[in-house]
Design a binder for this molecule. Structure first.
Ligand SMILES: CC(=O)CC(=O)SCCNC(=O)CCNC(=O)[C@H](O)C(C)(C)COP(=O)(O)OP(=O)(O)OC[C@H]1O[C@@H](n2cnc3c(N)ncnc32)[C@H](O)[C@@H]1OP(=O)(O)O
Ligand SMILES: NC(=O)C1=CN([C@@H]2O[C@H](COP(=O)(O)OP(=O)(O)OC[C@H]3O[C@@H](n4cnc5c(N)ncnc54)[C@H](O)[C@@H]3O)[C@@H](O)[C@H]2O)C=CC1
Length: 309
């Protein structure tokens, strides 16, 4: 009886496949997160295809991966620079790029999406991919805030769809949140959990609730720091120093907001406010709205709360 209940909870269906050992990975979106995940997957021996909308963006993604790998080997192969260079070349060989999602998903065991944080765009992508990818392929989203079940509803593979939420910078951050919806099969969930471990990360299991574990606690904190500054209760610099030295956070909330991207953070909060308008934790910030409207999105555009030039 317990086993049966368990099967229902995870939406075990006749179309469910066995535990998939993930070897070939397609990552859609070659921005900060997609490039980082591609790097870590390729470094752990996976064959990776990175997809974005133009070759220019993909060239930038590969440059980012190369730069990040150089930082990794500087530490890991400090006394053996030749072995370090060999490692970089081996990892880069595991990554190919494409602007054609149709061909990129052929033979793929896992399609992991890390494109813009917008439900409609993610749904459109997965709806197309559902028709193009092999039957056994697992789909996962790296969304920061959107319900996985809303994204997966655009497909016919509800049992083979879950969330894999990585943290920025991916090569450094050890956590992965693994999200199962009420229809994710146990096999799919286990495959995603195992994949995270093979990447050298520590997975935690999350319910499909807004912001999962980390962002539900973390994004309201970032917004409260901004509102505190707007109320004139502290300078950006002092708030950053206070949170670094007072509670040992490696970055202050303004530095970290710029690092993540103000568009991503604002999108998360706007979505939650729409769902729960009376929750004061989700109150907006005029300054955040203004900076995003001006295209000052943080480090990636050269300016956010601070300037980077
Ligand atoms: C929005 C969401 O949905 C979820 C999120 O991601 S929320 C954001 C979560 N992330 C955080 O909270 C990040 C907080 N910051 C940190 O942990 C640290 O500041 C950090 C890991 C980013 C950098 O570490 P640091 O010691 O403070 O600074 P830094 O001197 O730049 O880096 C030290 C070493 O780390 C490594 N490193 C840092 N970033 C790296 C990267 N992107 N790739 C590879 N190696 C990197 C390098 O070895 C680097 O040495 P070099 O500078 O000599 O190359
Ligand atoms: N920035 C962060 O700290 C974190 C972000 N995330 C989530 O990861 C996702 C990506 O975020 P970032 O990498 O920061 O964004 P980004 O803006 O750096 O990169 C997004 C990339 O997706 C590409 N793209 C957009 N639409 C596409 C499509 N239809 N097909 C192919 N490529 C497409 C863009 O060209 C861009 O290169 C978002 O869902 C975000 O919420 C998750 C964890 C942390």
């Amino acid at each position: 009886m317990a086993f049966f209940a368990h099967q229902i909870r995870r939406g075990f269906s006749s179309s469910a496949v066995r535990n998939v050992v993930i070897k070939q990975v397609t990552i859609i979106g070659g921005g900060q997160m997609g490039a980082g995940i591609a790097q870590v997957a390729a470094s752990t021996g996976h064959s990776v295809t990175l997809v974005d909308t133009s070759d220019d963006i993909l060239k930038k993604s590969i440059k980012t991966i190369e730069g990040s790998l150089k930082r990794v080997v500087k530490k890991k192969f400090a006394d053996k620079p030749e072995a370090g260079e060999e490692f970089i070349q081996k990892v880069l060989k595991n990554v190919s790029t494409s602007t054609d999602v149709g061909s990129a998903v052929q033979g793929s065991d896992l399609v992991l999406e890390a494109i813009v944080e917008n439900l409609k765009i993610k749904q459109d992508l997965f709806s197309r991919l559902d028709k193009l990818a092999p039957a056994h392929t697992i789909f996962a989203s790296n969304t920061s805030s959107l319900p996985i079940s809303d994204i997966s509803s655009a497909t016919n593979r509800l049992d083979r769809f879950g969330g894999l939420h990585f943290f920025n910078p991916v090569p450094m951050m050890k956590l992965v949140e693994v999200i199962g919806t009420s229809t994710t099969s146990q096999e799919t969930f286990d495959s995603l959990l195992n994949f995270s471990k093979v990447l050298g990360k520590t997975p935690v299991s999350c319910k499909d609730t807004p912001g999962f574990i980390v962002n539900r606690l973390f994004v309201p904190y970032l917004y409260e720091a901004i509102r505190l500054y707007e109320r004139g209760h502290g300078s950006k610099e002092d708030i950053d120093i206070a949170m670094k030295l007072g509670v040992g956070y490696p970055m202050g909330p303004f530095e970290l907001s710029d690092y993540i991207g103000l568009d991503t953070i604002k999108f998360i909060m706007d979505g939650w406010r729409e769902m729960d308008p009376d929750n004061t934790l989700f109150a907006p910030s005029e300054l955040m709205d203004k900076l995003v409207a001006e295209g000052k999105l943080g480090k990636k555009t050269g300016e956010g709360f601070y300037k980077y030039k």
